[in-house]
Design a binder for this molecule. Structure first.
Ligand code: NAD
Ligand code: UDP
Length: 314
C-alpha cells in the first residue's frame, strides 16, 4: 500500500514542525507549506534529509497549488501570539479567511480530509468556566484581539459550511495555550517571555495584577490529541488542552523557582480584552478520542527550559 500524503500549512512554525515530525514518524509523506512570516526553517532543517519530506515556500492566503494526491490537510498557518497578530492584523484576518477558503477548496479538489487549527480564543473573555465546546463565546469583534478571534470564528464557520454543503471530511481542534521546544523566545507569549527574562536575570513582567489564569499544555500531548482527532470520525469542534489551571502570578513564581534566579515579578498594564480565565473542559476529547494530557507542567517545562537555555546562550 502506498504511503498516505499530508499537507501541513504553517509547517515551519512551532506546532506545525512538531506535527511534521509526528506524521513522518507514523510513515506518512509530508509537505510543509509556509511563508516564514513567523516560522523558521531552523524548526524543520533536520527533516530536509528525509525522502518523504518536502517544503513549499508559499503564502496560503494568495493561492495553494499542490501537484499529486493528498489524503490529509492540516491548516496551521497563522500568526498565533497576541503581539504578532497585533503587528500583522490584515495577514491574520486573511490567513484565517482567504487562506482557509483556499485550503478547503484544495481539500475538495483532492478529496482530502482537512483539520483546521482553531483556538480557545473563539471563547474570547469567557463567561463560562471551564470552557465547553457548546459555549459560544464572548468576543469583542473590533477590539485588538478581534482580528485573530474573528478570523478563527470565520474559519470554523466556513469549515462547517464545506462539511454540511459539500460533504467534505472536516475536523476542528480548539487549541488551548500550548508550549514546548521551538517556541520563539521573543514571540511575546507569557511562557517564553518569563523564561527568557528569568534566564537573563531580568524581572518577570506580569500584566495586570497577575490574577488572570491560563492552562498550559505540553506540545507532545497536543500533537497526540490532534493525531487522534484527525483519524476520528468526529466533525464538530474538540477542545485540546491541559485543564491544570494556574494564575499568571503563580506561573511566574514557578518559573523563578525552576530557573533559580534572583529575578522578581514586576507588574505592567493589562492589555485590552485580555481574557481573565481560561481552562478547557476536555470531556469530549476524553470520551470521543480517549485522550488525556500525560505531561504535568513540571515534566513539560524540563525539556522546554533546556531548549530555551540553548537559545539564550546562542
Ligand atoms: P507559529 O507562529 O509558530 O506558526 C505559524 C506558522 O504559520 C509560521 O511558521 C508562519 O510563518 C506560518 N504562516 C503564517 N501566515 C502564513 C501564510 N499566509 N501562508 C503560509 N504560512 C503562514 O504559531 P504556532 O503556535 O505554531 O500556531 C500554529 C497554529 O495553531 C495557528 O493557526 C494558531 O492560531 C494555532 N494555535 C496555537 C496555539 C498555541 O498555544 N501555540 C493555541 C491556539 C491555536
Ligand atoms: N502575560 C504577562 N506577561 C507577559 C506576557 C503575557 O503577564 O510578558 C499575560 C497576558 O496578559 C495573558 C497571559 O499572560 O494574561 C497569557 O498571555 P499569552 O500572550 O501567552 O497568550 P494568551 O493566552 O493571552 O493568548
Amino acid at each position: 500500500m502506498s504511503k498516505k500524503r499530508v499537507l501541513i500549512t504553517g509547517g515551519a512554525g512551532f506546532l506545525g514542525s512538531h506535527l511534521c515530525d509526528r506524521f513522518l514518524k507514523e510513515g506518512y509523506r509530508v509537505i510543509a507549506m509556509d511563508n516564514l512570516l513567523t516560522g523558521s526553517l531552523n524548526n524543520i532543517e533536520h527533516l530536509f534529509k528525509e525522502k518523504d519530506f518536502e517544503f513549499y515556500h508559499n503564502d496560503v492566503s494568495k493561492f495553494v497549488h499542490v501537484p499529486g494526491e493528498l489524503d490529509y490537510i492540516l491548516h496551521f498557518a497563522s500568526p498565533a501570539s497576541p503581539i504578532e497578530y497585533l503587528k500583522m492584523p490584515i495577514q491574520t484576518l486573511k490567513v484565517g479567511s482567504l487562506g482557509t477558503h483556499n485550503l478547503l477548496g484544495l481539500a475538495k479538489a483532492k478529496n482530502a480530509r482537512i483539520l483546521i487549527a482553531s483556538t480557545s480564543e473563539v471563547y474570547g473573555d469567557p463567561l463560562v468556566h471551564p470552557q465547553t465546546e457548546d459555549y459560544w463565546g464572548n468576543v469583542n469583534p473590533i477590539g485588538p484581539r478581534g482580528v485573530y478571534d474573528e478570523a478563527k470564528r470565520f474559519q470554523e464557520a466556513i469549515t462547517m459550511a464545506y462539511h454540511t454543503f459539500h460533504g467534505l471530511e472536516t475536523r476542528i481542534v480548539r487549541i488551548f495555550n500550548t508550549y514546548g521546544p521551538r517556541m520563539r523566545l521573543d514571540d511575546g507569549r507569557v511562557l517564553p517571555a518569563f523564561i527568557g527574562q528569568a534566564l537573563r536575570g531580568e524581572n518577570l513582567t506580569a500584566f495586570g495584577d497577575g490574577s488572570q489564569t491560563r492552562s498550559f499544555c505540553y506540545v507532545d500531548d497536543l500533537v497526540e490529541g490532534i493525531y487522534r482527532l484527525l483519524l476520528s470520525d468526529y466533525a464538530y469542534p474538540v477542545n485540546i488542552g491541559n485543564p491544570d489551571e494556574i494564575t499568571i502570578k503563580e506561573f511566574g513564581e514557578e518559573i523563578i523557582r525552576l530557573t533559580d534566579t534572583k529575578s522578581k515579578i514586576i507588574y505592567k498594564p493589562l492589555p485590552e480584552d485580555d481574557p481573565k480565565q481560561r481552562k478547557p473542559d476536555i470531556t469530549k476529547a476524553q470520551e470521543i478520542l480517549g485522550w488525556n494530557p500525560t505531561f504535568s507542567r513540571s515534566e513539560g517545562l524540563k525539556p522546554t527550559l533546556e531548549y530555551f537555555k540553548k537559545v539564550v546562550q546562542g
